[in-house]
Design a binder for this molecule. Structure first.
Ligand code: CMP
Length: 143
């Protein structure tokens, strides 16, 4: 089964959307195999978003993701990376379809509620950055 990394950003946590978002992901059919509320350090933020380091918004991105707790998750399922991206919606909430998480809850590209891995390579890298192997569990679910 494929694993992907999702992170509810500080705006989603502050707006009390953790339960709503997790519920959508569970209802979709994902199996949660890792989850935690945490504050992202500046080092972790810069590593996680390293591919954007030359972008003009990099400083803003790092400041925002470290500004309050995030809810980090590892989800498992068939084709999990692509399916999660569909459920999450386009990066810019102004272009995200209604029914997607960003389409339903987001307003700005900077505060777009949730991050999701965009490829198998990113998923593996991001899971490794945010979770220790010992924090991931295996169990049978109905999915
Ligand atoms: P995310 O999926 O977390 O990956 C990179 C993030 O950069 C993206 O979501 C956006 O929140 C953020 N981002 C992209 N473009 C801009 C922008 N123009 N200004 C601020 N943040 C941006």
């Amino acid at each position: 089964m494929e694993k992907t990394f999702l992170m509810i950003k500080p705006d989603g946590v502050q707006r009390n959307l953790i339960g709503t978002i997790v519920s959508r992901l569970e209802n979709k059919g994902f199996k949660i195999v890792g989850a935690k509320l945490m504050v992202v350090s500046e080092d972790l933020a810069k590593t996680h978003y390293g591919e954007h380091s030359e972008r003009p918004f990099f400083g803003e991105l790092v400041d925002f993701i470290t500004s309050g707790p995030v809810f980090a998750m590892v989800l498992e399922g068939e084709n999990a990376i692509k399916v999660a991206r569909t459920v999450v919606g386009a990066t810019n909430p102004s272009e995200a379809d209604p029914g997607t998480i960003r389409g339903d809850f987001g307003m700005s590209v900077a505060k777009n509620i949730i991050h999701g891995s965009d490829s198998p390579e990113s998923a593996e890298r991001e899971i490794g950055l945010f979770f220790d192997e010992s924090e991931l569990v295996e169990y049978d679910s109905n999915n």
